[in-house]
Design a protein around this ligand. Structure first.
Ligand SMILES: *[C@@H]1O[C@H](CO)[C@@H](O)[C@H](O)[C@H]1NC(C)=O
Ligand SMILES: *[C@@H]1O[C@H](CO)[C@@H](O)[C@H](O)[C@H]1NC(C)=O
Ligand SMILES: *[C@@H]1O[C@H](CO)[C@@H](O)[C@H](O)[C@H]1NC(C)=O
Ligand SMILES: *[C@@H]1O[C@H](CO)[C@@H](O)[C@H](O)[C@H]1NC(C)=O
Ligand SMILES: *[C@@H]1O[C@H](CO)[C@@H](O)[C@H](O)[C@H]1NC(C)=O
Ligand SMILES: *[C@@H]1O[C@H](CO)[C@@H](O)[C@H](O)[C@H]1NC(C)=O
Ligand SMILES: *[C@@H]1O[C@H](CO)[C@@H](O)[C@H](O)[C@H]1NC(C)=O
Ligand SMILES: *[C@@H]1O[C@H](CO)[C@@H](O)[C@H](O)[C@H]1NC(C)=O
Ligand SMILES: *[C@@H]1O[C@H](CO)[C@@H](O)[C@H](O)[C@H]1NC(C)=O
Length: 481
């Protein structure tokens, strides 16, 4: 279980691309939809972004950069204040309502201003920072269906793609979607009083059509109109599911640092405009993913509906709180090894995010964790070559397995019983260079919010149930999933 082989430890940025006909899932045909799509980690050999010339150090540097940028952005949205950085063990935000208002600016490509905390180090990236989430998914839009590859993001809600006729589109590898060729396209179906239009604060009414204007912190921007068309998702066994009337943004004027590998963005957050909210009744409010460590030349999986049921040995179910886009758990303790009694008084909100690599936890908790690991691990401590992570060991990527202790995260708040999620070394450590291994967790003061990042979630089947507001985690070998 404590498999700490290099191939699992070096998991960084995730990019997810969805291809069809991959997974052997048992889609039931009991009225609900069940389908699965493939996802590719950004730095996986399968990724369209994969560059053999980029060193693992460069990938780690870019990963740190993106994690900080994204986490700060999420923090700025959810807190509504910028002075949380010094508030060590608070949950990082207060109040519940009204946070939806900033969603429209969420697909950002650079840190928001003001950042809640100063940049911790002199990190520079050779890869363009991208904090939209590190995954791509493939689906089809229109009739006949046209392939779209888009970023899948649990941290935002709007669904948008580039559409013809372009006023000013960025270059994309796939042909730009042409509504005039789709018999099911309806460009005037979303009125200004539509719930989805109202939920997007940067929308405005233009001849009773709902236009939107997304501007990004780095100067990137996308403008468009909310429209409706049929979306087609590939399932297993060459089956497809076509769903009419999905509301999405047809963007005809975008500029800035958008990526040619993505034709748009698919919001999977909990807000009204997101794909999962729109599909809610047909997928019974369920989606899940299983992320492989990026270094493996294998795809990850995104499941919707009947395929998104998480079970199996080691299943842990945790109630989630939802604040607009975000999915939140109550973290009570983090302990190392198996004979420490958890101190269940942390009571901090922690966002589960598929697009942030690093896990951010309160300073005092991290300090105790590092102390505990140091006492149990008999390896030479070393400095992070990136000068970022706090706990690193000299450890060769090719070294025999070292029995690192497990780390247990305990969640929930009464009346719910505490629920514990055990992270194996593969889910806690990152091979940051050929001979240095670091704990992939940092002080939440750097970003203003606690985040359960995607290294911690790899090789787990992670399920979201938006009807019963439950998150489920079960250990899995995601490359076999
Ligand atoms: C990844 O796997 C694919 C398909 O199995 C193969 O064609 C490709 O060469 C592999 N890439 C690397 C870098 O191993
Ligand atoms: C596109 O958007 C930019 C703002 O980013 C604006 O200045 C420009 O006029 C727009 N172009 C067209 C053709 O509407
Ligand atoms: C588009 O949607 C609107 C509003 O639902 C409807 O009135 C109109 O008939 C639709 N147009 C087409 C071409 O389907
Ligand atoms: C899926 O389609 C491919 C190519 O059309 C075909 O070779 C394969 O047998 C099909 N698989 C199933 C399970 O129907
Ligand atoms: C954890 O428990 C296992 C089995 O009970 C035991 O073998 C192992 O030594 C324990 N580890 C620590 C660090 O106490
Ligand atoms: C548990 O944690 C709280 C807050 O960090 C601290 O005040 C308390 O002393 C801790 N209790 C124990 C038994 O360590
Ligand atoms: C905890 O906060 C202090 C003060 O900001 C900082 O110096 C220290 O590095 C932090 N600890 C960890 C483990 O990040
Ligand atoms: C740590 O490793 C050294 C060298 O292998 C060994 O001599 C020592 O006993 C080990 N200490 C513990 C606590 O395992
Ligand atoms: C997962 O399955 C693959 C393929 O069978 C295997 O190579 C790999 O070692 C497994 N990973 C783990 C963590 O068990």
């Amino acid at each position: 279980m404590a498999s700490s082989s290099s191939s699992f430890l070096a998991s960084l940025l995730i990019f997810l691309s969805v291809f069809r006909n991959f997974n052997a899932c048992n889609a039931s045909s009991q009225g609900g939809l069940g389908f699965s799509m493939n996802l590719i980690h950004r730095d996986s050999p399968r990724s369209p972004h994969y560059q053999t010339s980029v060193t693992s150090e460069d990938r780690v540097r870019a990963m740190i950069d993106r994690s900080l940028s994204r986490a700060r952005h999420i923090s700025s949205i959810i807190s509504g204040t910028s002075d949380m950085a010094s508030d060590d063990d608070s949950d990082g935000y207060s109040g519940g309502g009204g946070v939806y208002t900033s969603i429209a600016s969420s697909p950002s490509s650079s840190p928001p201003a003001p950042a809640p905390a100063p940049a911790p180090s002199n990190i520079q990236s050779k890869v363009i920072p991208n904090n939209n989430g590190d995954y791509l998914m493939e689906l089809e839009v229109g009739t006949p269906p046209v392939k779209i590859v888009a970023i899948a993001d649990t941290g935002s809600d709007l669904v948008w793609i580039q559409c013809r006729p372009c006023k000013q589109c960025y270059n994309q590898k796939d042909p730009i979607f042409d509504p005039s060729k789709s018999s099911t396209f309806n460009g005037s179906a979303v009125s200004c009083s539509d719930d989805i239009c109202l939920a997007i604060t940067t929308s405005f009414c233009n001849k009773n059509r709902c236009d939107y204007d997304y501007e990004y912190a780095d100067g990137s921007a996308t403008f468009g109109t909310l429209v409706k068309d049929t979306f087609t998702f590939s399932s297993d066994s060459n089956k497809t599911s076509s769903i009419p009337g999905i509301v999405f943004g047809c963007s005809d004027n975008s500029s800035g640092s958008f990526d040619a590998n993505g034709d748009g963005l698919i919001g999977l957050g909990g807000g009204i405009p997101s794909l999962v909210s729109q599909l809610d009744s047909s997928i019974h409010g369920k989606f899940s993913y299983c992320l492989v460590p990026y270094i493996e030349n294998t795809t990850s999986t995104l499941n919707l509906g009947d395929n998104a049921v998480v079970n199996g040995p080691g299943l842990v179910t945790i109630p989630m709180d939802r604040r607009a886009t975000f999915y939140i758990m109550k973290l009570q303790s983090v302990v190392v090894g198996n004979d420490t009694i958890p101190n269940l008084s942390l009571d901090t909100n922690i966002i589960v995010d598929s697009g942030t690599t690093i896990t951010f936890i309160p300073n005092s908790t991290l300090t105790k964790l590092i102390d505990g690991i140091s006492k149990m691990v008999n390896l030479t401590r070393t400095k992070d070559p990136q000068n970022y992570f706090s706990l690193c060991y000299s450890y060769s990527a090719n070294a025999p397995l070292y029995p690192f202790p497990d780390i247990t995260f305990t969640f929930n708040k009464p009346p719910h019983d505490p629920a514990s999620l055990v992270l194996t070394p593969m889910q806690a450590f990152l091979q940051v260079s050929d001979d240095v291994l670091c704990l992939a967790m940092q002080d939440k003061n750097q970003v203003g919010i606690s985040i359960f990042g995607n290294v911690a979630q790899q090789n787990m089947h992670v399920g979201y149930d938006l009807h019963s507001n439950l998150l489920s985690f079960a250990p899995a070998n995601c490359s076999k999933f």
